[in-house]
Design a protein around this ligand. Structure first.
Ligand code: ADP
Ligand code: MG
Length: 617
């Protein structure tokens, strides 16, 4: 057989490499900004158009390149940053693989203009799909300007895969934040579609954080500092009371490189344990400095994951350092490491005062009076939790045996309720006095063949979800006008999200007077949303939206309806009076899909009379 193996031509190899290095416009932004930093720039300008799809330009005032270097820089494995394999373990630069420019040039139209201090004229090079189109002499200041146009012009599949301009812009902003946070002494300018989005002067790291995330961030920050032989830690954590529902502001930098590390993240969570609610995320900006020889950065093409020699020690130091800062700045009640964990007050009880136990006696209670067990007990607010389950079970059974006719009075008819289990089984709910609340979590009620146990929170989520979906679709949301407009502060990127989903928000009843760079003025909110919760709900919406836009998830309206349903629903632990219980049960079974919550969890279980009977054999 003839030989069949051939070396791939360079432009093909470059395109393959590009698949790893360049996933989206944000990856180009990262690579170009890192090159500018490696070139020792003190000012970096980033210009993007249409989410980076048509233009990404990075202009720096760094070292620049000679004519030969300018040409070589686009070759694969061409780098000035390392020379031998050992250098890989003493890295002080962002780049070292020498493949970014080659990859980018393989899949875009690239124009570079660069000049060194010594050279009098600059070099201008134009490349399209790895082919050099032009090279000429130009006049330009010292430094480098890289212009990347029409990303993925020659790979339509990748181009079509890109998300909306808004979404791509947000990825770019994330990348920009990471680089800018890691280098606060460098000044950055960011222009999007012709207008300035960020202007970050050279500063210290605290100011940089505040300049990016808004003035209100300042009061949230608690400094962290620790010097050990293994690692130097500096930076900030945000006070527990500012923990957010979104994972947004969590940054680890190792030797000034942004990295992702679920393991170290866990150490921080450990330090915050008991201080924040389970569903909230602590904010942190932590800068770790370690011996470059003790880490391996070359384990991933995008260099955001690294391997530490001694991860366990790092974990322990990080955890206790953060814990210490929380204590030192008086944000933690006690710092006694010996203290028995069991004695610590869980978050939920922190601000509650002790209550005397109350004994309520139901004066009207008569065990011999028919139907009195559940009925009168509820009317008088009488609670007898320990026996409630079987009492009501008994009531249900009794009515089932004793007065079958009672069930025909139920308000659900199969033709009006679609999709309810009761339609299929030709069953109906007894809407008499036979609902009751079990452990402030479930609502128990009877059906012809036995009983249903309903998760109150999930049931309410379903009801609200369908209501909001309907409002959005037929655009008939009821809005409640606020007496005084609410002025809420968000970070720039959060405001960008609100602007992006503004139309959908309006369809559920939010009315915005204005959305500025960092401020949002709300004049109307959906009916049933308490004014005090508006900020929290918008925060939640932003976070859900952020998490979902990455996945191929759901439509905007769906996310919106889900979030609102989740935020506004009755929670486990809330006491419901009998009218509310009944109302909820009725609403639930009028839903299109009463069986599962918007988050795909079962809402109720049924227990048939047969099953109960069997237990008594
Ligand atoms: P790497 O950064 O891994 O070395 P790149 O493909 O990103 O690989 O860049 C190749 C080389 O081009 C770099 O090593 C550097 O010498 C040069 N270079 C790239 N961008 C710049 C810049 N903005 N200023 C000066 N030199 C640059
Ligand atoms: Mg590079």
């Amino acid at each position: 057989m003839a030989d069949i193996i051939k070396l791939l031509p360079d432009h093909v190899a470059n395109q393959i490499a590009a698949g790893e290095v360049v996933q989206r416009p944000a990856s180009v932004v990262k690579e170009l900004m890192e090159n500018a930093i490696d070139a020792g720039a003190s000012t970096i300008k980033l210009v993007v158009k249409e989410g980076g799809k048509t233009l990404i330009q990075v202009i720096d005032d760094g070292l620049g390149m000679s004519v030969t270097d300018a040409r070589l820089s686009f070759e694969r494995h061409a780098t000035s940053k390392i020379q031998k394999a050992e250098d890989l373990f003493q890295l002080s630069t962002k780049g070292f693989r020498g493949e970014a420019l080659a990859s980018i040039a393989a899949i875009a139209h690239v124009e570079m203009q660069t000049r060194t201090e010594e050279d009098e004229v600059a070099t201008h090079i134009k490349i399209e799909g790895s082919k050099i189109i032009a090279q000429e002499v130009a006049v330009a200041p010292k430094g480098t300007s890289m212009m990347v146009k029409n990303l993925f012009f020659n790979i339509p599949a990748r181009r079509n895969f890109l998300k909306s301009n808004h979404v791509e812009l947000r990825h770019i902003m994330d990348e920009f934040h990471r680089v800018a946070l890691a280098h606060s002494s460098i000044s950055f300018h960011f222009y999007n579609n012709g207008s300035e989005l960020f202007n970050l002067p050279s500063s210290n790291s605290r100011q940089r954080i505040v300049n990016i995330f808004g003035a209100k961030t300042n009061e949230k920050l608690v400094p962290v500092k620790e010097d050990t032989q293994v690692v130097k830690i500096s930076g900030y954590i945000s006070k527990p009371e500012f923990a957010k529902k979104s994972r947004g502001e969590q940054f680890f930098f190792v030797n000034n490189r942004f990295i992702k590390s679920p393991y170290l993240h866990h150490a921080i969570l450990g330090a915050f344990d008991g201080l924040i609610k389970k569903e909230n995320h602590p904010g942190y900006f932590l800068y770790l400095t370690v011996d470059p020889g003790s880490i391996d950065i070359n384990i991933h093409p995008t260099k955001t994951e690294i391997k530490f020699d001694d991860e366990h020690t790092l974990y322990a130091i990080l955890r206790s350092t953060v814990k210490h800062s929380l204590g030192q700045f008086n944000v933690m009640p006690s710092l006694d490491f010996e203290q028995d964990q069991n004695l610590e007050t869980p978050y939920n009880y922190k601000n509650r005062s002790a209550e005397l136990p109350k004994v309520i006696v139901d004066a009207g209670f008569n065990p011999f009076k028919e139907d009195s067990l559940a009925g009168s007990a509820q009317k008088s607010g009488f609670q007898k939790p320990s026996t409630k389950d079987w009492e009501s079970l008994y009531v249900g059974m009794e009515s089932n045996i004793g007065k079958n006719a009672g069930f025909s009075s139920v308000s659900f008819e199969s033709d009006t309720i679609t999709g309810s289990i009761f339609e299929n089984r030709k069953e109906t709910i007894d809407t008499g006095a036979t609902t009751f609340q079990l452990r402030r979590k479930y609502i128990v009620t009877t059906i012809k063949s036995g009983m249903v146990v309903i998760d109150q929170s999930r049931a309410h989520q379903r009801v609200l979800y369908e209501k909001f979906l309907k409002n959005i679709t037929i655009k008939e949301a009821v809005s409640q006008q606020l007496l005084f407009p609410l002025s809420l502060t968000f970070s720039k990127s959060d405001c960008a999200i609100i602007e992006e989903i503004q139309d959908s928000l309006t369809t559920v009843g939010f009315i915005f007077d204005s959305i500025d760079v960092e401020k949002v003025k709300v004049t109307g909110v959906p009916f049933s949303v308490p004014e005090s919760e508006v900020g929290i709900i918008l925060d939640q919406l932003i976070s859900d939206y952020q998490q979902d836009f990455v996945g191929d998830g759901f439509s905007q309206t769906d996310i919106l309806a889900k979030t609102l349903a989740k935020s506004l629903s009755v929670k486990t632990g809330e006491v419901l009076d009998s009218d509310s219980q009944l109302g909820l049960v009725n609403d639930l079974f009028a839903c299109k899909e009463s069986g599962v919550s918007p988050f795909n969890k079962p809402i109720f279980v049924t227990i048939s009379e047969d099953e109960i009977d069997k237990k008594f054999i």
